[in-house]
Design a protein around this ligand. Structure first.
Ligand code: ZN
Length: 140
């Protein structure tokens, strides 16, 4: 089951510049930054109310974020929804005919299992589903 919008992912060219900009926008100074080498990205999270904004910068020219910015420029990259059973959702979405980028959950930022749905099957919106990594999604 989809629970809530976990975060909105924003692709940026320069993370320090964008942290400064969004700190000013939200009037929030605390930001959590981490790197996901697997995806060749560096991420910063701003917690805004019940949700978060995830700023994402590429750490290599062949990062998916670098390719996204090359094609479409900076801006909204994906919507992330928290689900209670990521494996069950992957199976359900596949059965419904959605095109999954990740057929198995992989470890994303912030201790979450994540899987992406291809924007080709969701009206151009890159959708991420995520589940806190403390639960049974770790079992194979
Ligand atoms: Zn995300």
């Amino acid at each position: 089951m989809f629970r809530k919008v976990s975060h909105v992912g924003v692709a940026v060219k320069n993370l320090p510049d964008s942290i400064e900009l969004f700190s000013k926008l939200f009037k929030i100074n605390s930001v959590e930054t981490e790197e996901v080498p697997d995806q060749k990205v560096r991420l910063s999270f701003f917690h805004v109310g019940d949700t978060s904004i995830e700023l994402t910068e590429a750490t290599a020219p062949d990062s998916p974020i670098a390719r996204f910015i090359e094609k479409r420029g900076e801006g909204v990259h994906h919507l992330s929804f928290e689900v209670d059973d990521i494996r069950a959702e992957i199976k359900r979405l596949k059965d419904e005919g959605f095109q999954l980028i990740d057929e198995h959950p992989r470890l994303g930022a912030g201790g979450y299992w994540v899987a992406f749905i291809h924007p080709r099957s969701t009206n151009g919106v890159l959708v991420e589903i995520s589940q806190k990594a403390t639960s049974k999604a770790t079992e194979r």
